[in-house]
Design a protein around this ligand. Structure first.
Ligand code: PNW
Length: 461
């Protein structure tokens, strides 16, 4: 870290929350054990060439069998909080019916293991592993899935709410809806804009229904939130077309979620953008009051920002699909192995903007991190300079946003372990801890030690 970054990071408060994050399908493996049934990701991984190298999550980090060791690593990294997700098809095989005790027992043990080590469990109910049967019945574009999600959430809540104080309904509904139903690059792999916007509304409805029901049954002190992936959307120039492209991207990326969640209404420009594409949000009476049920915190996942042109490569304002063109224009900064530009300044911009436009909502950075192609040296050590620098610059960006008034209460690094990076398979490594997929050996990387030392210093311990 530079001296300037260091000074900013050191301005974080002593009671700042420090975590590491994972998601069930990305680490657990054991996909057919203890009654778990397939999710849309098990299915999608069988579609030829859907995933780099045709990888899948069958074994992943084998976390299902190595959970105590992995909890030990969280402790070694100096974190006080562990953000993990529960696999719906372990709890409710097939997506319906009573709890599957054998599957629930795993999370029961995980929570106990965390508490025993004085780590706070932050539980995400849905990190993309929809039971396949529910997809076969229509998936998120179907309204019924929202009610199924609320039922499932209550099964988990009834079992763990005596010990888990922080509950997140959804991880990144933008990815579920857009990458899953519009861009076809994530499960279930559809390409249908209308299905995507129906998914958006039903994901939000499911969030609201689940939150209302859990809150009604919650012990005092239980906190509820949702996690959104967000970035900045700048116009590449002052032209009307570019400004329109940026407005549309921000509308579909940020405001379509936060406006209904916080203000109880969808933005009118977003509604008309959707109508222009011949689609509509399937809003029914009362839905927006369910969706805007109060939140205790907002989870923000940030990886990069983008600027947009409203003119395609051929110079046309209308894209090949017949709709207004929207083309990302690189800022010209270095990128990570994902091809994502490294833009810590945009992180500060995003956070101050969220704080300004949606005031009164404590923010936790529930994910931030980077993939780099780093390899161990002869001694087995991973000197991951790129990831360490990314971590330092982005922690400084968080601290800068706090100084500018954003109410940020914690930071969770993505990710504890190298893991199954969705459509990129095992080729992209985000871990603070390296995983050797041949031996399942875990080795803390330089970035992991940097994280530990930073946490210690800020805490003053
Ligand atoms: C997040 N994008 O996904 C997920 O929550 C994690 O499970 C994932 O491993 C991590 O980020 C790294 O990819 C994203 O295209 C996927 O902007 C795609 C985007 C953002 C986040």
């Amino acid at each position: 870290a530079t001296r300037e970054q260091q000074a900013l990071i050191d301005s974080l408060p002593q009671d700042f929350r420090w975590g590491v994050a994972t998601a069930a399908y990305q680490i657990e493996g054991a996909v057919a054990e203890d009654g778990r049934t397939p999710s849309i990701w098990d299915t999608f991984c069988r579609v030829p060439s859907a995933i780099d190298n045709n990888d899948n999550g069958d074994v992943a980090c084998d976390h299902y069998h190595r959970m105590p060791e992995d909890v030990g690593l969280i402790k070694e990294l100096g974190a006080d909080t562990y953000r993990f997700s529960v696999a719906w098809p372990r709890i409710q095989p097939g997506g319906k019916g009573p709890v599957n005790e054998a599957g629930m027992a795993f999370y029961d043990r995980l929570v106990d293991e965390l508490l025993e080590k004085d780590l706070a469990p932050w539980l995400t109910l849905y990190h993309w592993d929809l039971p396949q049967e529910l997809e076969d019945a229509g998936g998120w574009p179907s309204r019924d899935t929202a009610y199924r999600f609320a039922d499932y959430s209550m099964l988990v809540f009834d079992r763990l709410s005596d010990r888990v104080k922080h509950w997140t309904t959804l991880n990144e509904p933008w990815c579920s809806a857009m990458h899953g139903y519009v861009h076809g690059v994530m499960a279930p792999g559809h390409r249908d804009f209308g299905a995507g916007v129906r998914a958006v509304h039903h994901l939000l409805l499911g969030h609201g229904l689940a939150t209302q029901r859990m809150r009604a049954a919650a012990p005092e002190g239980t906190q509820f939130g949702i996690t959104l992936n967000m970035g900045t959307s700048d116009a590449a120039s002052d032209s009307l077309a570019d400004r329109e492209a940026a407005r549309n991207a921000d509308g579909m990326g940020v405001r379509i979620y936060l406006d209904p969640l916080v203000h109880g209404r969808y933005p009118s420009d977003v509604l008309s953008d959707i109508a222009v594409r011949g689609a509509a949000l399937p809003i029914e009476d009362g839905d927006l009051s369910v969706i805007s049920t109060p939140l205790d915190f907002l989870g923000v996942n940030y990886y990069f920002g983008q600027q947009y042109s409203g003119v395609d490569e051929q110079g046309s304002a209308v894209g090949e699909d017949g709709f207004p063109a929207q083309r990302p224009i690189p800022f010209g900064e270095p990128t990570t192995a994902m091809g994502w530009e490294i833009l810590p300044g945009k992180f500060t911009e995003l956070l101050t903007r969220i704080g300004r436009d949606y005031p009164g909502l404590p923010i936790f950075i529930t994910e931030n991190g980077s993939a780099f192609d780093d390899e161990p040296d002869e001694s087995g050590f991973v000197a991951d300079e790129g990831r360490t620098a990314y971590l330092a610059s982005h922690l400084a960006a968080v601290a800068a946003a706090r100084q500018q008034g954003a109410d940020i209460r914690g930071y969770f690094a993505w990710s504890l372990l190298d893991n199954f990076e969705w459509a990129y398979g095992y080729a992209k490594r985000f871990g603070l801890v390296r995983v050797d997929y041949e031996t399942q050996q875990r080795t803390i990387k330089q970035s992991g030690y940097y994280y530990r030392d930073t946490v210690r210093r800020v805490r003053g311990s």
